[in-house]
Design a protein around this ligand. Structure first.
Ligand code: AMP
Length: 279
């Protein structure tokens, strides 16, 4: 696997990859969810390139930027084993040098749900991914369904700014007990880890209540009754899968989305409800 840590070297490295080239932006602390994206890129493209960059612009001032897990050597080994061809891991000073000032604001779509709880988060995401796409110039961008709103926001940014890249979203990879894999799961202590899968079960309960014709109020109550009592719910909702606008009934491709805190750790998850035959 080739490696670059400057923008100039990364441009040359990615430009020499066999086409079509699939790109996977990550923040490192890689797990099976990230590696599935690499495998999907290898299956659908002639090569796979990855970035590892813990992007300070997408963290709020009180968030976990400093504590975010980092293990570049372990990540390099895992990426090589998964078949990645190239890795770009720049320092923050190359992505945001002195005087950096331009940002990409995705607008209202980035201000609800995760964007409401984390003001400026999606501006940080859209800015870094736009910059990474300009550096890597891939044919296909691979994203995870785990971060459903991020995928919707980035599809919008890519369409609005006419960035010539196809977007492929890969299903959420879960632990055996249903917990969505996340680098932040490492923050959970044993007791929190034991109850964290209740977030996924709560979303399934909300989905089942809505599919049975129940109101959103009833469906939310069903979700909150399944969430472990030690978990603090932040939001539970049903949204249109392509716009992230709230929906009352599951009559189109939709996502049941939720966020909850387990101690100091915030986890998000979602359950897609694809209208039969549409995906
Ligand atoms: P992150 O390192 O958290 O920025 O994630 C990098 C990419 O991996 C994003 O497209 C995520 O949606 C995706 N990803 C993270 N966790 C999972 C998972 N459990 N299953 C599938 N994709 C994931």
């Amino acid at each position: 696997m080739q490696y670059a840590d400057t923008i100039e070297a990364a441009r040359a490295m990615f430009a020499a990859l066999p086409r079509p080239f699939g790109f996977i932006p990550t923040m490192g602390a890689l797990h099976e969810g990230h590696l599935q994206l690499v495998r999907a890129a290898r299956e659908r493209c002639a090569s796979a390139g990855v970035s590892i960059f813990v992007n300070p612009l997408q963290f709020g001032p009180q968030e976990d930027f400093a504590a975010y897990p980092r293990d570049i050597e372990r990540d390099r080994t895992a990426l090589s084993a998964a078949g990645a061809n190239a890795l770009f891991a720049p320092p923050a000073s190359s992505m945001y040098p002195q005087g950096f000032s331009t940002t990409v604001d995705p607008g209202p779509i980035g201000t609800t749900f995760e964007g409401a709880v984390r003001p400026g988060h999606f501006r940080g995401v859209a800015t870094v991914v736009t910059k990474l796409l300009h550096i890597a110039a891939p044919d296909v961008l691979f994203l995870g369904q785990k971060d459903a709103q991020q995928a919707v926001v980035l599809r919008r940014t890519i369409a609005d700014l006419a960035i010539p890249v196809e977007v492929v979203v890969i299903p959420t990879v879960r632990e055996a007990d249903g917990l969505a894999m996340s680098s932040r799961n490492a923050y959970l202590d044993a007791a929190q880890r034991a109850v964290a899968p209740s977030l996924h079960r709560a979303l399934e309960a909300m989905r089942d209540e809505l599919l049975a014709g129940g109101s959103k109020t009833r469906a939310r109550a069903a979700a909150e009754s399944v969430l472990a009592t030690s978990g603090a719910p932040e939001y539970f909702d049903a949204v249109d899968a392509s716009t992230f606008e709230p929906v009352e009934r599951l009559d189109r491709d939709a996502l049941i989305v939720g966020a909850a805190r387990f101690g100091a750790t915030r986890l998000i998850d979602n359950v897609p409800v694809w209208v039969r035959g549409s995906r």
